[in-house]
Design a protein around this ligand. Structure first.
Ligand code: TXA
Ligand code: MG
Length: 337
């Protein structure tokens, strides 16, 4: 299959939406990462998404909508969940809700009694969904196990000739996937950290929210996990190692000629690294998060490189999401001197 590249013009998006109506798979931009879109009410279309990604069938898919009204047919919405939608949508929050029996395909839910919904803050994505007239499934548009794509070129790299089209809207803004919060149970639980933080959720809900991915929760083993969390994730083929700011100069001493460093600008300067040796994570937590997957993918495709060292971020705000994805890419390997 020849994969067609679409721009975000009205004509192109309408053509892409007709492919979705015909049961084809089209990758689409969101503010977090690119997704693989297909009609969420068409089982043969959903199957194509699993094939294109090489994704295990028991890992459920997100349903992506353009308007909150699209949810009513499929799920029951509590006042608490409604409050989150009013506050954070459109945006980087995925909300898990109990399904109305028989209303959502088992291929989407992976056999669970819940389904995850997201309303992205990207105009092209919402125009595409409205034109298609159905919610679309929207897993990240990477080959299963690889870092999520933050440009249309990343999607092309993984999906060329496997899907019908890609809507190119340039680089994404956030750079890591949305926060996933389970609202199907009495105490809300964060199953994946993202741009929307635990504190922001607690402020809107006026109640305690558990972070299942925090060190304490993982250690005590009390909280459930997103089905996707049991799979190896976000991992390049190269050896990835995290390092702490305090160990930077020790790392510099042992850096081999084929090793590279992803770090913030002040760190690159402090370590005295050349352009060839370093990928800039900018100056803020936001720029670091935006650049993480792009840098990993860049070095992963460079056969000269052996090990990628990546600077850890302070665990505040989106820094938690950064460290969470980096930890998975690194298999939790840390630089120790
Ligand atoms: O930012 C995002 O959320 C991106 C963009 C494209 O929208 N999408 C995305 O989808 O990251 P995906 O499928 O790659 O990740 C969804 C995660 C998976 O770990 C999955 O296991 C979990 O959400 N999930 C989906 N439905 C669930 C459910 N009913 N219960 C628990 N976890 C669920
Ligand atoms: Mg994914």
């Amino acid at each position: 299959m020849k994969t067609k590249i679409f721009e975000t013009t009205k004509n192109d998006i309408e053509e892409a939406s007709r492919l979705i109506q015909k049961g084809e798979v089209v990758a689409f931009p969101t503010e977090t990462v690119y997704g693989l879109g297909a009609d969420a009410t068409n089982e043969s279309a959903i199957k194509k998404v699993f094939v294109a990604k090489g994704r295990p069938a028991d890992n459920p898919l997100i349903m992506t909508v353009a308007d909150a009204a699209q949810l009513d047919e499929f799920v029951t919405i509590s006042d608490q969940a409604r409050g989150l939608m009013d506050h954070f949508w459109p945006g980087s929050l995925t909300i898990i809700l109990p399904i109305k029996p028989g209303k959502v395909s088992m291929l989407v839910t992976g056999g669970l009694q819940t389904v995850a919904f997201r309303l992205p803050a990207n105009d092209a994505a919402r125009t595409l969904i409205r034109a298609a007239g159905v919610p679309i499934v929207g897993p990240s548009a990477n080959t299963s196990g690889k870092p999520s794509p933050t440009t249309a070129q990343h999607v092309w790299h993984d999906m060329q000739n496997k899907i019908a089209g890609i809507v190119d809207d340039g680089p994404t803004q956030v750079g890591v996937e949305s926060t996933v919060v389970d609202m199907s149970i009495s105490t809300p639980i964060i199953l994946r950290p993202g741009a929307v933080t635990q504190t922001q959720l607690e402020n809107v809900l006026q109640m305690k929210v558990i972070d299942a991915t925090s060190t304490e929760s993982v250690a005590s083993n009390v909280t459930p996990k997103a089905p996707g969390m049991k799979y190896r994730h976000y991992a390049p083929d190269k050896n990835v190692v995290m390092f702490d700011e305090l160990d930077a100069l020790d790392l510099k001493q042992v850096l081999a000629p084929n090793d590279v460093v992803m770090a913030q600008d002040d760190m690159i300067e402090k370590m005295g690294l050349t352009k060839r040796q370093a990928w800039s994570l900018g100056n803020t937590l936001e720029t670091a998060t935006e650049q993480l997957f792009a840098g990993l993918r860049f070095y992963d495709d460079d056969s000269q490189i052996t090990t990628i060292y990546v600077q850890k971020m302070p665990p505040i705000g989106i820094g938690k999401a950064f460290n969470n994805r980096l930890g998975k890419a690194a298999g939790n390997q840390e630089f120790q001197n």
